[in-house]
Design a protein around this ligand. Structure first.
Ligand code: CO
Length: 196
């Protein structure tokens, strides 16, 4: 693993060369405006895709970018981001070619993760008519989109976001999808029902 430490030292030196007090400033405060809830997929790194530096985006990632009301990990990140960091935007970001979404669609047995992906599969099962007649690739892309919108809805419906809006806090929720083949993000135009 030596090469990773070497790369790390080169990176830290480059950051300091660009901005001598860069790390010193970050020690004292982080004030990101964005929370990114994305997939664990190694090809979808939040900071790099957004062109943001350390300190600029708070990140939660899991397989297939899910937001479940029983997931204390994700909810704790959301609560800290909204209540303490006061982020102004929560971005749920999916990506085409997501292995989790594909597995949910194929209903392949992979082990423990099947239980996690059950949430994605249920989106497909709730509205099979939307998938009828589509080719496999188009089905996967559609499920990626619908999954993002579903998870964004879960963010909206969380007590954390509802309470923030009741307090008059400025907070927007976005549903985006990333295309691996061209590196571009697309806005799925998520519309909250309950935003004041
Ligand atoms: Co994925």
């Amino acid at each position: 693993m030596h090469h990773l430490f070497e790369a790390n030292r080169r990176w830290a030196a480059r950051m300091v060369a660009e901005e001598p007090d860069f790390f010193e400033k970050l020690v004292h405060v982080q004030s990101p405006k964005y929370l990114w809830i994305g997939c664990s997929d190694s090809r979808v790194p939040a900071n790099e895709i957004l062109g943001l530096r350390p300190g600029e985006v708070f990140v939660h990632r899991n397989v297939a970018n899910l937001v479940n009301h029983t997931d204390f990990n994700c909810l704790s990140v959301l609560q800290f981001a909204v209540d303490v960091l006061k982020v102004e935007h929560v971005i749920v970001a999916g990506h085409y070619g997501c292995g989790g979404v594909r597995a949910a669609l194929l209903n392949k047995e992979l082990g423990l993760i099947d239980n996690w992906l059950r949430h994605v599969r249920s989106i497909y099962r709730r509205q099979p008519e939307r998938f009828a007649g589509l080719e496999q690739g188009a089905k996967e892309d559609l499920l990626c989109d619908l999954n993002v919108l579903d998870q964004a809805r879960h963010v909206e419906e969380s007590s954390i976001v509802q309470n923030a809006w009741k307090r008059g806090q400025k907070l927007e929720i976005h549903g985006w999808v990333y295309r691996l083949s061209d590196g571009l993000l697309h806005d799925l135009n998520f519309k909250p029902h309950s935003q004041p």
